[in-house]
Design a protein around this ligand. Structure first.
Ligand SMILES: Nc1ncnc2c1ncn2[C@@H]1O[C@H](COP(=O)(O)OP(=O)(O)OP(=O)(O)O)[C@@H](O)[C@H]1O
Ligand SMILES: [Mg+2]
Length: 355
């Protein structure tokens, strides 16, 4: 892929022609390395990876910004353009036309990202891991995103009614059918995904961590993902839901369980173990997306080497050498990036990118 941009965070007017395999982006703290990666990520995910609204993404001294990219990989090359403005809605163009939905966009261009904030996948609460599974499923299955959003919409409506003491209780029940139908589809898709993903994560973790600590990855549904089971759970918890003012049971309570030595990795893992777990999740994601879609997603690695010891860093790069697609890595220390072949280096300084 190649990228043109203007007015995105601290990046100047940019015309970026990366190499086809490994691209190492170096520069000092605050130079704009992560901003460059975020610009690429935004083209795939339609959002930044550090939260923030459109206004935060537009350069402080500008009123608008654009990102434009061409993706040559695969049988159908795509041209993407995003225009952002402080005063107007964002405009998307896929091959010169407004896409019918964001799902069409997600199918056109796939990316896997690792950035330091992703450590919450191992160390944070279950919603982060659900979002990880959901984003993966969105990239693989255009119907999943719409099913999930109907589930979430019904859940919000039901919760709103539960909070309101004046509601007729029967009206709360009206949402149970859609919640159990859409919820079962969501839960089953997540279960199938984890059956396929889990062993890959465990293997990648062992390959990089190479200790005697096995990682155990499992789907942990709040309620068995079937229509009957969810309907049952809603029925049984109805009085309690009314009392607490929200719906407790359903796939919005699912988790992706990560266990080291039979204990939860979240509260027991070391920093390096957390980082390795997240890297294992991401390499497994890349592997599975490649298999399911027949194309290698773009891999974005923001500051991946810090916190890994020397030998784990080496093993990680050994694994990375087998990745076939375009990879972008940022670092303050290019000598930590143990890749020699097919490598192009870029320097970022005050938002300017040079080869
Ligand atoms: N909307 C914006 N307009 C202008 N500058 C911005 C905007 N958003 C962020 N910045 C600036 O961009 C600079 C570079 O940020 P970035 O995160 O890309 O640095 P980095 O090279 O990744 O540094 P580090 O090595 O510390 O991770 C920061 O100084 C930040 O203040
Ligand atoms: Mg950075």
């Amino acid at each position: 892929m190649s990228l043109r941009a203007r007015g995105f965070r601290n990046l100047g007017a940019l015309s970026f022609e990366p190499g086809s395999h490994f691209n190492v982006i170096h520069g000092d703290n605050g130079a704009g390395k992560s901003n460059l990666l975020e610009a690429i990520y935004y083209l795939g995910a339609l959002k930044g990876f550090r939260g923030g609204k459109t206004d935060d993404l537009i350069a402080l001294d500008a009123s608008d910004a654009f990102l434009e990219a061409a993706f040559e990989s695969g049988p159908a090359p795509h041209k993407l353009r995003i225009d952002m403005s402080r005063s107007q809605r964002r405009r998307l163009q896929l091959d010169g036309k407004r896409p019918r939905s964001t799902n069409v966009w997600y199918q056109a261009i796939r990316m896997v990202l690792f950035h330091p904030g992703d450590l919450v996948l191992a160390a944070g609460s279950a919603d982060k891991r659900r979002a990880f599974l959901d984003r993966m499923l969105e990239q693989m299955d255009p119907v999943y995103a719409s099913t999930l959003s109907s589930y979430e919409k019904a859940l919000r409506s039901r919760n709103r009614l539960l909070k309101d003491a004046r509601t007729d209780r029967r009206s709360v029940r009206a949402y149970d059918t859609i919640l159990s139908k859409a919820g079962a589809v969501v839960g089953q898709a997540r279960r199938r995904l984890v059956e396929d993903l889990g062993p890959r994560v465990e293997r990648a973790f062992t390959d990089v961590f190479a200790g005697d600590t096995p990682l155990d990855v499992r789907y942990l549904p709040r309620v068995e993902p079937s229509e009957e089971a969810i309907a049952d759970a809603l029925e049984r918890a109805f009085e309690k839901d009314c009392a607490r003012g929200f719906t407790a049971d359903g796939p919005h309570g699912d988790d992706l369980e990560l266990r080291l030595h039979e204990v939860g990795a979240r509260h027991h893992g070391s920093q390096g173990q957390h980082r390795t777990i997240v890297l294992a999740l991401k390499t497994a994601e890349l592997d599975l997306l490649t298999e399911r879609t027949g194309r290698v997603p773009i891999l974005l690695l923001d500051d991946v080497s810090s916190e890994l010891d020397r030998s784990r860093n080496r093993r990680f790069f050994e694994m990375l050498r087998h990745v076939g697609g375009q990879v972008f890595l940022t670092t303050t220390h290019p000598e930590f990036i143990l890749l020699e072949d097919d490598r192009v280096d870029f320097q970022v300084d005050g938002g300017r990118v040079t080869r």
